[in-house]
Design a protein around this ligand. Sequence first.
Ligand SMILES: [Mg+2]
Ligand SMILES: [Zn+2]
Length: 270
Amino acid sequence: MLMKKTSEIVIVFDFDSTIIEMDSDNWLLGEFGAIDKFYQLLPTTPWNPLMDRMMKELHSEGKTMDDIVEVLKQTPMHHRIAPAIEAAHALGCDLRILSDANMFFLETIVKHHGLDDYFSEIDANPSYVNEEGRLRISPYHNFVTSPHGCSLCPPNMCKGVVLERIQRSVGKEGKRIIYLGDGSNDYCPSLKLKESDYVMPRKNFTLFKLISENPSLVKAEIHGWSDGEELERVLLQIIDTICVEEKNNTTNPSKLIAADCKLGTINCST
Ligand SMILES: [Mg+2]
Ligand SMILES: [Zn+2]
């Protein structure tokens, strides 16, 4: 692995079934025996408001925020995920999380694993504990007053819209993006990545299947992974590849110009 640090890479992680092994809502509801009720109601209520309602039910059954935190701390995470995040951060990458989970669940789990200092930005559904001690969960986009208008994404969050904002904020600096995810809601942002970017879909999960149906729709380079160990290996390999490219670009600009001239894209005589 390279010793040199890079400031040229932004890594955007999905959370559910990417950083953690499963969906955080499913995990919590399963542990509290509320999963059957949730899936009975899901056909008639969108996920995000239904999760808010389920928190009301758990509260009325006497479940406290402390009970919820204890269950969240047990959420399964592959043992190589934290080392992968630490290594990418140590190499100078700018790490973000872009998740359709709620902020309270996500931050509780991230903090429990000591990873909260590694992320420069977390985008997730807003949540807060109200005066009754009950967790309230809201959609990321207000789909009544300002719908995002994307047909690929659930009404509460279009990850593509958020990714475009990240692209605008880092694009001027020519940074490259590595996007990791598993779900159908990771497809929209994957389509917005550029040729110089990378997408890491989890093998045999929905995002991987959607990309596999028509890989030419994705401009970014595609690298699958199946578990935390492979995620770590593939991610660090991509960072290494980008660092080597960067080094070659800065140490040998004449070679670059020569290559561009062959393609006739720039005028070397000026
Ligand atoms: Mg996910
Ligand atoms: Zn979208």
